[in-house]
Design a protein around this ligand. Structure first.
Ligand code: PFF
Length: 477
């Protein structure tokens, strides 16, 4: 599909964007990061960023894609020319490509774990297993670089195949069934958690807000996660926006995506922590959280092997519909810029991300704590890559907000938004000031030793103002 095609149905963008947004970020990453960062405090920063910053930027990013009708890199190049702005803004596309590549590299490894669990569920191997057995099984998976590489390879190859064939085929009808089914099974797990676990403790943990619980890095992780979960700030949404029908409403679509995405994360979080508290497990056990708690519920549930098998298949579906949106922007760029065929472009991106993914594979075994990478960087390669994406995605989002807020003209935006002047003013205020200030605030706050609230906020506002003025981003009228 070239950049100039438009999806056949008005609602396809919504489905594709929900497919991109809902994925491992909601089911695996959100619960484990919330668990590691004290629960409620993390969720407060996460939720505030989604609503005050995420939704306006989601609108902005879709708008940039839809007005340029090109891949993010070429689209930004085009927009900087037509709007006579500095070429610095082209880096939005490049930064996005780097983030997509980094995320895909570890995303595929984690999705590989879901592949392993699909197998374990369907073969009934875990029926009746206790927490100890399930925990040991997960550790055995982590200890095997061979097995993890095998699953990683299978998952990334499947995603590549789908993108190479062209994104519209099959995905739309698949998503229409998968998304509601995934939600339904999550509700089943939640009901199980209410009956057999400790939903009161889970709710207390997730919804008691005390910002003091959040470490400095926790702030960055919470903000990074809100961009991650909405697939923001890295061109995925821009690439999909390029195919969006001009009639669909940007605002309504963005709110719907954020709403569905948050609902899935919250239900997953409640279900998982009910089981955690019910079984006396650790909240802060890290990336394995979902993979040791949910099988515990399935092991004990009537028809658990089947329910668990279907659940992990749906997790895989949600992960694939996200991973294809990571491949798409880079692949579309290679096609446009170097005249490659789609399969060639996809192969280049995926082989590189696959190789990079090996760093995540070894982070859990050969290069686990106490080995070279840890000594050099103070954390595992996987943690390091995650840290980079926690910085790159909000940074990309910040630049998208500034560009859309200051460089696009009022008439252009009004045409795209298709709403009244009041909403336009609100949106523009959010992307011009609120979003950039919030992102800068978290960035400045997480610089160690920069304490207190007043100075970082002022600093953020000054940086945003100076940046905006220095680029003279408004088109001369
Ligand atoms: N939003 C996806 C998730 O929550 O699993 C992950 C993701 C997909 C992030 C696409 C970024 C992206 F561009």
């Amino acid at each position: 599909m070239s950049g100039h095609n438009v999806w056949t149905h008005k609602g396809t963008f919504l489905l594709a964007a929900v497919g991109s947004a809902v994925g491992l970020g909601n089911l695996w990453r959100f619960p484990y990061l919330a668990g590691e960062n004290g629960g409620g405090a993390f969720i407060l920063v996460y939720a505030l960023t989604i609503f005050a910053v995420g939704i306006p930027i989601l609108i902005a990013e879709t708008m940039l894609g839809r007005t340029s009708r090109q891949s993010p890199i070429m689209g930004m190049r085009h927009l900087t020319k037509t709007h006579k702005t500095s070429r610095v803004w082209e880096s939005i596309g490049w930064l996005g490509a780097v983030s997509a590549f980094l995320i895909l590299s570890f995303y595929s490894v984690i999705a590989g774990w879901a592949l392993h669990y699909t197998w374990l569920m369907l073969t009934g191997e875990l029926v009746g297993a206790d927490a100890q057995t399930i925990g040991d099984g997960f550790n055995a998976l982590l200890a095997s670089p061979g097995l993890m590489t095998l699953y990683h390879t299978l998952f990334i190859a499947a995603s590549a195949l789908i993108v190479a064939m062209g994104i519209h085929k099959g995905i739309e009808s698949g998503l229409r069934i998968m998304m509601p089914a995934l939600f339904a099974i999550l509700i089943v797990v939640l009901i199980y958690g209410v009956i057999n676990g400790d939903v009161g403790a889970a709710a207390g943990f997730l919804f008691t807000f005390n910002l003091g619980d959040l470490s400095l890095e926790g702030w960055l992780q919470a903000m990074g996660q809100s961009f991650f979960t909405l697939s923001l700030g890295m061109g995925a949404i821009m690439a999909y926006g390029a195919y969006m029908s001009s009639e669909a409403s940007l605002t309504r679509t963005a709110i719907a995506v954020a709403f569905v995405d948050t609902a899935v994360a919250m239900v997953a979080g409640l279900a998982i922590f009910s089981i955690v508290f019910g079984a006396g497990l650790e909240t802060s056990q890290g990336p394995g959280l979902m993979f040791v708690t949910l099988p515990l519920a399935f092991a004990d549930m009537p028809f658990g092997a089947l329910v668990g098998g279907v659940f992990f298949i749906l997790v895989l579906g949600a992960a694939i519909s996200s991973s294809i949106s990571l491949i798409e922007p880079v692949a579309a760029f290679l096609v446009e810029r170097f005249d490659m065929t789609r399969p060639q472009a996809v192969t280049i991106m995926v082989v590189a991300a696959w190789a990079m993914g090996l760093l995540t594979v070894v982070s859990f075994n050969i290069w686990a704590e106490g080995t070279i990478f840890h000594t050099l960087f103070g954390r595992s390669a996987f943690d390091f890559i995650e840290l980079l994406t926690n910085i790159f995605m909000p940074l990309g989002g910040l630049m998208i907000a500034l560009f859309a807020g200051w460089a696009l003209t009022q008439s252009e935006v009004m045409k795209e938004l298709g709403t009244n002047k009041t909403w336009f003013m609100v949106w523009r205020f959010l992307v011009r000031f609120v979003g950039p200030a919030a992102v800068s605030f978290v960035f400045l706050r997480t610089i160690p030793y920069v304490e207190g609230y007043v100075i970082p906020t002022l600093g953020a506002l000054i940086i945003v103002g100076a940046f905006a003025l220095s680029q003279r981003m408004r088109k001369p009228t």
